[in-house]
Write a protein that binds this ligand. Structure first.
Ligand code: ADP
Ligand code: LRH
Length: 471
């Protein structure tokens, strides 16, 4: 009997339920349901609409069952770092505050006063992003210490959604590492860091690795859907699932291209050398305790915001066309500047930045979009140089995965700027990586090597080669 696995993959911009089915060593993927995701404002804070997200998941499951498909298993991945706290009765004590909320402003520096940056990096191997969970929790400790005291459970977003499905509470490993609270060697919560920050160890759950079979749906949900299925942990950090599905990872740099651009390589050991710290590279936990040595780049969030600023008048592909038409325009902004993390208006912020750096100010949507794509490509090139410098080796190819790999202009630009072959696809790498973890847990695939070989065979990859530079 063929197994059917349902992947729930929720990114910061959209969520989808994708059904995977393995037949004759070929993986087939079918979209069941798709919905938008975006931050909402609650009591002046940027948050996720967590109730709606769970309702969307339920809608997707119902559609799957109504279409006559009975999934054997389901697993959820989302963006990293964000969490909720539950009380003794498993009721929500907090909103699902989003990482772009300003609550972490200044928190990194406060934490460094208690734990030096170098010590934190040596223990966790995690890059310094102002919104990491550690700084979110420290902010909560300053503003609402009583909430932290009452907390009985700390669950990251996918952990909470898995809890709603099963009634079981665990902290999945790949996502837990993004908190900057997990000891990279011990692969467990770092008690010394927690103690130093005055954050209680007791609310943290047991860390469970991907491929753990969490259990079945709650009786209530079985009744609602008229069917049961196993809940299996994928790499619940979306980037962990995406990288699990990078077909040819050996000599390839991956670029997971969605709301964020995550650029790096997979590695057997964490690299927390002075150089890696200096360039701010991370060692996030992956499937089978492999590490994702990578850096966050602001990513297509910038174009999502530009699109929103133009009242969604243009689609993503229209913005690409307009950028192409604006070929005479050129300006580069530092995409990783915090000013682009959550500006009031992305278009105005880009224009201000160009003005301040004495570059031509983009006025049309095409010019603004071109500035974003060109600036992203330059930042990818810088990251490639950094990776090659830290690791002392060169890479022949870049494998772009995720929604952004549909941008043909950007793919070609990356090939030209980096002078490397670019392989684009699969678009739904994250959902595929999620499904692959479930299939391994169900005994349908032996290991990640086999899984990657099947992914390579099953999905079309488009190649781009650097164009000759014209003098
Ligand atoms: P996330 O999972 O972080 O929400 P996705 O992997 O879904 O993000 O990627 C979303 C991005 O993909 C969008 O911001 C957009 O730039 C890009 N994208 C989606 N569709 C297209 C398209 N047709 N052409 C070009 N780019 C696209
Ligand atoms: C990408 C991602 C990334 C994290 C960020 C918060 O969706 O999970 O890996 O750094 O969101």
């Amino acid at each position: 009997m063929k197994k059917h696995c349902l992947a729930v993959d929720i990114g910061a911009s959209s969520g989808r339920l994708m059904l995977g089915c393995l037949e004759n060593r070929q993986l087939e993927l079918k979209e069941i349901y798709r919905f938008e995701n975006q931050m909402i404002q609650l009591d002046g804070q940027y948050c996720w609409d967590i109730d709606r997200l769970f309702a969307e998941i339920k809608t997707g499951i119902s559609r799957c069952v109504q279409a006559g498909v009975q999934p054997d298993s389901i697993g959820i991945d989302t963006w990293a770092v964000d969490f909720v706290l539950l009380d003794e009765q498993d009721r929500l004590l907090t909103k699902a505050v989003a990482y772009r909320d300003a609550r972490t402003d200044g928190m990194m520096e406060k934490v460094f006063r208690r734990i030096p940056k170098e010590a934190l990096y040596a223990k966790t191997g995690i890059q310094f992003l102002k919104f990491n969970t550690i700084y979110q929790l420290y902010s909560l400790k300053q503003s609402e210490p009583e909430t932290l005291e009452k907390a009985a459970a700390f669950l990251m977003i996918p952990d909470y959604l898995h809890f709603l499905l099963t009634g079981k509470k665990v902290n999945e490993y790949t996502n837990a590492t993004s908190t900057q609270l997990v000891n990279a060697k011990e692969k467990n919560w770092d008690e010394a860091i927690l103690a130093e920050l005055g954050i209680s160890r007791s609310m943290f759950q047991q860390i469970a690795p991907p491929k753990t079979i969490l259990g079945n749906l709650t009786a209530e949900l079985v009744k609602e859907f008229g069917s049961d299925m196993q809940v299996v942990l994928p790499a619940t950090h979306d980037t962990g699932s995406a990288v699990a599905a990078v077909p040819d990872h050996g000599e390839t740099i991956y670029l997971s291209s969605g709301t964020w651009s995550l650029i790096g390589v997979e590695s057997a050991e964490p690299n927390s050398t002075a150089k890696a710290l200096d360039y701010n590279y991370t060692n996030e936990g992956g499937i089978d305790y492999r590490y994702r040595f990578l850096k966050n780049i602001m990513g297509l969030w910038m174009i999502q915001e530009v699109k929103r600023n133009y009242h969604d008048h243009y689609s993503f592909s229209e913005l690409v066309d307009l950028a192409r038409e604006a070929s005479d325009y050129s300006a580069i902004v530092n995409v990783n500047d915090d000013r682009f993390l959550n500006p009031v208006s992305m278009v105005a912020e880009i224009q201000d930045c160009c003005r301040e750096t004495d570059q031509p100010v983009p006025t049309s949507p095409g010019e603004v979009a071109k500035c974003v794509y060109d600036s992203l490509a330059v930042s990818y090139q810088q990251a490639v140089e950094e990776i090659e410098d830290i690791l002392g080796k060169t890479y022949a190819k870049i494998n772009v995965i995720g929604g952004g790999c549909q941008n043909e202009m950007l793919n070609q630009l990356i090939a030209d700027v980096t002078n490397k072959e670019v392989n684009a696809g699969p678009v739904e790498a994250t959902a595929i990586g999620n499904i692959v973890a479930q299939l391994m847990a169900l005994g349908e695939m032996n290991d990640i090597e086999e899984a990657r070989a099947i992914v390579q065979k099953s999905f079309a990859i488009k190649k781009y080669f650097p164009r000759q530079k014209m003098n």
